[in-house]
Design a protein around this ligand. Structure first.
Ligand code: GLN
Length: 206
């Protein structure tokens, strides 16, 4: 068995990246913070995967553009597993609404920002999931909604009939904050996706 610990970056521009780094470590990965394009590599090698945390996607986008990170991230998303939560899911989408803004286009989905209105903009919902085990606790904070998704996108959990956790091959996205719950199933799934993709890539090199 491989002893390789997946090295997963966490975009650390703004938002709750520290909680993600801790959750990734708990799920068996070696997290590292990404603040510059150079941080997408560690000791000369590309990171094995990347998490885009929650926060304010418009602010994050401005930083990505001003720090020259947008294009390197676009490339990274096309080659390696990525996981976006809340604002991170907005950044990964093919199209963003309410209002429209630029995005990385890694996930074949249309995402509407701040979709739950003012009164119920933050809430905790427990709902059934396709992940193994019991129902999943989902913490929503001014959450977006996935209003359209392509045929390659699998829904793993929902709220009010709209997907809240989706997977498209090596791309995972949640409209909630799994790092704020104690359940580590979602981070573990991402670590598994990263490990499988790393193993498949090293097999190709043999
Ligand atoms: N409302 C934020 C946005 O539109 C997302 C909120 C979050 O990440 N918790 O970017």
């Amino acid at each position: 068995m491989s002893t390789h610990k997946p090295r997963i970056g966490v975009l650390a521009i703004q938002g709750d990246y520290a909680a993600h780094a801790a959750a990734l470590a708990e799920a068996g990965a070696e997290p590292s913070l990404v603040k510059t394009p150079e941080d997408l590599r560690l000791n000369g090698h590309s990171l094995d995967g990347l998490v885009l945390p929650g926060g304010e996607s418009s602010t994050m986008l401005k930083f990505l553009e001003s720090r020259g990170l947008f294009e390197p991230l676009e490339k990274f998303c096309a080659q390696k597993p990525v996981f976006g939560t809340c604002a991170g899911a907005i950044l990964l989408a093919r199209k963003v609404r309410n209002p429209a803004q630029r995005s990385l286009g890694a996930l074949d989905a249309v995402v509407e920002r701040n979709a739950y209105g003012r009164q119920i903009d933050s809430s905790i919902v427990t709902a059934p999931t396709k992940l193994p085990g019991e129902a999943l606790e989902m913490v929503f904070i001014r959450a977006p909604r996935i209003v359209e998704s392509g045929p390659g996108v699998e829904t793993l959990a929902e709220r009010d009939g709209f997907p809240t956790l989706v997977r498209q091959g090596p791309v995972l996205a949640a409209t909630f904050h799994p790092e704020l719950s104690t359940d580590r199933r979602v981070h573990k799934l991402f670590v598994e996706i990263v490990t499988q993709s790393w193993a498949a890539a090293s097999k190709k090199l043999e």
